[in-house]
Design a protein around this ligand. Structure first.
Ligand code: OSB
Ligand code: MG
Length: 383
């Protein structure tokens, strides 16, 4: 079944974080998030609404995209193409936009909103659509860089008490070996533990990073700059701990190349980074075929993105715990009435029609900072 896009709403929300989140690329205390709502009409003219969440951050610090740029490209470039494409379903969004380079997070948000609407129209859950088999998934937590080891250990102990089954620690030069040793000592030898450098190291850091081997980490995520695939392959040969790529993986073909070159022993799959959930599934399938373990990354999503990620991570190739923590890991209150929670370290995969969330409309309005509506002729109205 295909649908006509009747109207699109772009809404910006301001969401304070419960505590600052520091990575090697910067510190965040709040998220400025772009939400996309589409109103789709089916062949009989009935309207169904769908929502997507754009994961672009405020600054181009994790990847080249940033939230103002994502909104601009959606309004001025992506939507005009998509509206001109005629009746569509989610699978048509990426091909319709393929001639426009880059902007995967903006494209992903549009595809996501169409997918949510389409699934709601069909009364299908995202998990069923994907063919996901598991009903619950293990939940990992991403822990930021802290000013002192005491503060870090207090934070980690809190997450252990919350039940998270896997700890991921952000590292950078000057905040790595000692911090990893202290956390490993705290959580014991059996708790799954990994680190994420967000591109903070250089090719010459191989012997330094090999010092992490003794702590039996699951993986080292994205130690080198995103375009340095050969550098990651060399590191993978030099360091025993598996090298996992995040920022470097932006497409199925690029992932295949990275695997072939020996640069990607484990893959972090983030739907926004690769242009949408459907491309994420293709990368998952590739990795399964190549025997590369995958896990689902996170971008401090609200209940919209978190619900969709939980369904994606229920696919069989997601054999490692994802960064799919409870909503309360980042937000005191979520914009959905059914936020992701963890029970015995696991998240229940949503089963309701659509991507698997129900919006808290009053709270959504309360956190909205701007809202525009775009009609089929491209006319923009401030709401
Ligand atoms: O590198 O995985 C990352 C958050 C924002 C940008 C990049 C990353 C992250 C995280 C947080 O690590 C993951 C989460 O949402 O829990
Ligand atoms: Mg990462």
């Amino acid at each position: 079944m295909t649908f006509t896009i009747e109207r699109v709403e772009l809404r910006r929300i301001a969401m304070p974080l419960v505590s600052p989140f520091r990575t090697s690329f910067g510190s965040q205390t709040a998220r400025d998030i772009l939400l996309v709502r589409v109103d789709l009409a089916d062949a009989s003219g009935s309207i169904v609404e769908g929502w997507g969440e754009c994961v672009a951050l405020s600054e181009p610090s994790y990847s080249p995209e940033y939230v103002d740029g994502a909104q601009h490209v959606i309004v001025h470039h992506l939507l005009p193409r998509l509206m001109a494409a005629g009746p569509i379903e989610a699978a048509d969004v990426s091909p319709a936009l393929a001639k426009l380079h880059g902007h995967p997070m903006a494209k992903a948000a549009l595809e996501m909103a169409v997918l949510d609407a389409q699934l709601r129209a069909n009364g299908t859950s995202f998990a069923t659509f994907l063919g996901a088999e598991r009903t619950r998934i293990p939940s990992g937590v991403s822990v930021g860089i802290h000013d002192s080891i005491d503060e870090l250990l207090t934070a980690v102990q809190g997450y252990v008490d919350d039940g998270y089954v896997r700890i991921k620690l952000k590292i950078e030069p000057g905040s790595d070996i000692e911090q990893v040793a202290a956390v490993r000592d705290l959580i014991g030898p059996d708790t799954p533990f990994q680190v994420d450098a967000n591109t903070a190291y250089r090719r010459t850091d191989g012997s330094h990073l090999a010092r992490l081997d003794e702590f039996h980490l699951l993986l080292i995520e994205q130690p080198l700059p995103e375009d340095d695939i050969i550098g990651h392959a060399r590191l993978a040969a030099e360091v025993e701990t598996p090298i996992c790529l995040d920022e470097s993986l932006v497409s199925t073909s690029g992932t295949a190349d990275a695997i072939d070159l020996g640069a990607c022993e484990i893959a972090n799959i983030k739907p926004g980074r690769v242009g949408g959930y459907l491309e994420a599934v293709r990368i998952h399938d590739l990795c399964v075929a190549r025997g590369v373990p995958v896990w689902c990354g996170g971008m401090l999503e609200t209940g919209i993105g978190r619900a969709a990620n939980a369904a994606l991570a229920a696919l069989p190739g997601f054999t490692l715990p994802g960064d799919i923590s409870a909503s309360t890991r980042f937000y005191a209150r979520d914009i959905v009435t059914d936020p992701i929670t963890i029970t015995n370290g696991h998240v229940t995969v949503p089963t309701t029609a659509g991507l698997g969330f129900d919006l808290d409309r009053d709270f959504l309005d309360a956190v909205t900072t701007s809202c525009i509506s775009i009609d089929q002729r491209g006319t923009v109205t401030e709401l």
